[in-house]
Write a protein that binds this ligand. Structure first.
Ligand code: IPE
Ligand code: IPE
Ligand code: MG
Length: 237
């Protein structure tokens, strides 16, 4: 009898890490690792949508990744553009809604234009929401939310006493979305690296000793199985 597939949690986050080490292992420049990683991102995204994930958030570029060599940052920007052009051309028959979380104002005008086009073109989609975290930092997101709220207080639209967790949540990039249930980090590192700091309060973390370009659809199934084996208590008993 075929094994019954486990229902995936509603929101999965993935820290796509290990491209550089993958390249090194294959005696290639780091940019080739990013290329392989970007290719794998396409595969995993499609699979997540097929198995019924409602929200998939992938960490593609952090606010700290600007500190990498110019050449590497340039290669990443080129890959983002390739993907977004492809998304506009080919992906439109897929029912995935693409959203961007992070400060995209820091990107070049042509990349920003592609971001806006993809967001607009995929807005009517009703399937999985794909959050692309680009120039994203959890701390920056929280500071931005606090600043926006303060501006509303200053403008007389809100008072400080209005603020509670539910309202604060509405100032985040992920407003209206469920918090991540499961966060997967391949590559062997066991840290959060500024990903979804507010939202991950009760997420289950799964770390794998696999480099992102080698992460397979079966590994996603495996992470989901591990997730199901955990007992979430949310502070209760
Ligand atoms: C993740 O892979 C991709 C980005 C951070 C953009 P890395 O480039 O961090 O790969 P490692 O950690 O050096 O192996
Ligand atoms: C986290 O990976 C960011 C992304 C995967 C986009 P990093 O490689 O930047 O994280 P650290 O430096 O190992 O913490
Ligand atoms: Mg890394």
């Amino acid at each position: 009898m075929a094994e019954k597939r486990l229902q995936p949690p509603a929101h999965i986050g993935v820290i796509m890490d290990g491209n550089g080490r993958w390249a090194k292992k294959h005696f290639q420049p780091r940019s080739m690792g990013h290329r392989a990683g970007a290719q794998n991102f396409r595969t995993i995204t499609r699979y997540a949508s097929q198995i019924g994930v409602k929200v998939l958030t992938v960490y593609a570029f952090s606010t700290e990744n600007w500190s990498r060599p110019t050449e590497e940052v340039g290669a990443l920007m080129g890959l983002f553009k390739d993907y977004l052009r492809e998304a506009l051309r080919d992906f439109m028959d897929e029912n995935i809604r693409v959203r961007f979380i992070g400060d995209v104002s820091a990107f070049s005008p042509d990349l920003r234009e592609l971001i806006a086009e993809v967001e607009e073109a995929s807005a009517p989609k009703t399937g999985m929401v794909l959050n692309l975290a680009m120039n994203y930092g959890g701390r920056a997101e929280i500071v931005r939310a606090a600043r926006t709220f303060a501006e509303e207080v200053q403008a007389g639209r809100r008072s400080p006493g209005d603020l509670d967790e539910a309202l604060f949540d509405r100032y985040l990039y992920t407003a209206g979305q469920p918090a991540p249930d499961l966060i997967i980090r391949p590559s062997g590192e066991q840290r959060v690296s500024n990903f979804l700091l507010w939202q991950c309060a009760y997420a289950e973390f799964v770390y794998f000793d696999i480099l992102w370009p080698d992460f397979k659809t079966e590994d996603l199934d495996r992470a989901i199985a591990i997730y199901h084996s955990r007992q979430r208590r949310f502070g209760g008993v």
